[in-house]
Ligand binder design. Structure first.
Ligand code: DC
Length: 232
């Protein structure tokens, strides 16, 4: 089974996907991490986010891998860029807007989408269920996914969640809610208005507004959908 979850930042996609992986042994691919990894590499190499030629040059020479590790009985996914674990670095607040900007480059998207399909298809071939989360999973990467979900939530609540996440990672210093709201709104604008792979809803997709709901509640709703599809 392939499950796709799309939606803007802070709607709970990653939290839900991680719980699915931990509790139900469904393989999980965080596609945003790929764009973040490339953004991180460009930043490290002083490459401007609009220098398409250079970004594509860097991409050709880049290896992005997901490595699953079991820590205290929990499965954690590390993002490996050219052999180095950059899982923590890519969550920095300066990385997200660069990731969003470089994700507008069509050739970057083609490369990432190919990689996402390749990884997911390998899981499927070995008989595993896979969940991908991002912005264009249900529209571009796997438009025929068995289950397609669109998560949404009010901007303020999304910003509050993002601030909490940054606090937990210990990287919220100097940031306030207003700044996070502003950066989320800017990113939504970019993510929803790309020429290719824009964030949008599609047909046969379950829409879930997570604004006033807790994670367990949303997981239960998604699990009911999974069971319904399994029975079909
Ligand atoms: O999910 P995230 O916040 O980690 O994603 C970071 C950026 O990457 C997001 O603002 C847009 C881009 N992205 C994308 O264009 N397509 C995806 N499938 C996932 C992320």
């Amino acid at each position: 089974m392939i499950i796709g979850i799309d939606g803007p930042a802070g709607t709970g996609k990653t939290t839900i996907a991680k719980l699915f992986e931990e509790k139900y042994n469904i393989k999980y691919i965080n596609t945003g991490a790929m764009y973040r990894a490339l953004a991180y590499k460009c930043l490290q190499n002083g490459i401007e986010k609009d220098n398409e030629e250079k970004i594509l040059e860097v991409l050709k020479d880049t290896k992005i891998e997901y490595v699953k590790k079991s820590v205290d009985g929990k499965i954690l996914t590390s993002i490996i860029l050219d052999g180095k674990d950059i899982t923590e670095e890519i969550h920095r607040v300066d990385i997200a807007p660069i990731a969003s900007d470089i994700s507008k480059i069509v050739k970057v998207r083609e490369y990432m989408v190919d990689l996402q399909r390749k990884i997911a298809n390998e899981y499927v071939k070995s008989g595993e269920d896979v969940l991908l989360e991002g912005r264009d999973i249900c529209t571009v990467v796997f438009p025929d996914a068995d289950l397609k979900i669109y998560l949404d939530a009010d901007t303020k609540i999304r910003a509050e969640r993002r601030l909490e996440e940054l606090k937990q990672r210990g990287i919220s210093q100097g940031l306030n809610l207003e700044q996070i709201i502003e950066s989320i709104e800017k990113r939504d604008e970019t993510d929803k208005n790309k020429t290719v792979g824009a964030l949008k809803r599609t047909e046969n997709q379950k829409y879930i507004d997570t604004t006033n709901r807790n994670i367990d509640d949303v997981i239960t709703e998604i699990l009911e959908e999974v069971e319904r599809i399994r029975k079909c």
